[in-house]
Design a protein around this ligand. Sequence first.
Ligand SMILES: *Cc1c(COP(=O)(O)O)cnc(C)c1O
Length: 465
Amino acid sequence: MKYISTRGQSPALSFEDAMLAGLASDGGLYVPEKIPQFSKEEIASWASLSYQELAFKVMSPFVDGEVPDDELRELIQKTYSTFRHDAIAPLVQTAHNEFILELFHGPTLAFKDFALQFLGNLLDYVLKKKDQRVVIMGATSGDTGSAAIEGCRHSDNVDIFILHPHNRVSEVQRRQMTTVLQKNVFNLALEGNFDDCQNMVKSSFGDQSFLPPDRQLVAVNSINWVRIMAQIVYYFYAGLALDAPHRAVSFSVPTGNFGDIFAGYLAKKMGLPIDRLVIATNANDILHRCISNNDHSLETLVQSLSPSMDIMVSSNFERMLFDLYDQDGGAINNLMLNFKTTGKLILSDLALTKARAVFTSYRLDDKTMTQVMTHFWEATGYLLDPHTAIGVEAARKTLYRQDIPVVCLSTAHPAKFPESIRKAGFSNEPELPRYMADLFDRKESYSVQPNNIEVVQQFIADNIR
Ligand SMILES: *Cc1c(COP(=O)(O)O)cnc(C)c1O
């Protein structure tokens, strides 16, 4: 399987090289040249597989033998053995044909663990095989950072630098990153917002001359294809649990960088009968404006009670555009360059029509989200995290087919966002799982950095081992 850039100007890469490359040299993102497809019979034959066995079936066509099957199976086993629930991704029913897919049973309590624990293990395996050392540089709105650090802390061939917006991640999120005191882990609190962090990382990938000649940057953000790939699995897992492929299923996805929901889009292309994919956004609603009104234009970033979705520009949207424009790299290049200069991206009628055939979108502000959390708690005794609440309400507001079950992806454990839960008016703060109960007693280490790329790059150069 070859991987090609969404802007059509960089050479195609192998799976392993696409994993190591991050952003393509032409500014695009890597995608598989062709999406593998499974027949209805084949999907049906997976009904009794464990999560790990299913992960192998779904991911191996993308890996295409570059990692031998036995070793791929071992990496999958190792990855999901750190999850605290036997089902890995359990489904909980909360209303008629409404289900919550709990994706927060990994080591850092958010769905990012599904892909990042796997990426950490895979990266370690590949780097050892190649006898190569790399530098990871990543931006986080809170959850990517801790999951990436957890995934790479034991990897001798990796130095990892994670930028988070100073004072804009929850204390639990920060502590999950900054209490990891390994010598290869560096946390940078940037005096800026998430987009500043992400832009700095993107620019650094574009010009890596600040690194010693024997090092390259590797991405842990969802521009890394491996992240998307690993997330496709749980769409199949949930679908099969609800009797797909014999019936259709819809999904509602709290969306920021568009990585998670893009994995759902791919699951549909691969043969899973998905009826609707709901893009659920907070007040940072560029994707909702795009789908509902063809208005993909920049606005000021708002700080919300669902901080992991406080993102203006969703990197992975470009991967979807590439597909909607029939893999026309030139067209995507033009769209993106134009977006960079004007701050606006207008979809062609055809692309918009195709997008609307699959996606529904909805936006919730903090006030409504808070009401949803309260009502849901009163009705069911189930405490939603703020991101998940947005997804649940978006599904309830936009999906009308009573006969098609909807799966709402629960992207984080509520204990990860105690500030938001308190602001929502809950007096009983959710408890951290037992294995994390001492989080607030652990020693922290991080460095506050100005919103200045030269200073940050110098810090990285000085601290590489
Ligand atoms: C990252 C994250 C999201 C957004 O996921 P994307 O793949 O960036 O769209 C939503 N909720 C939580 C809790 C997250 O950590």
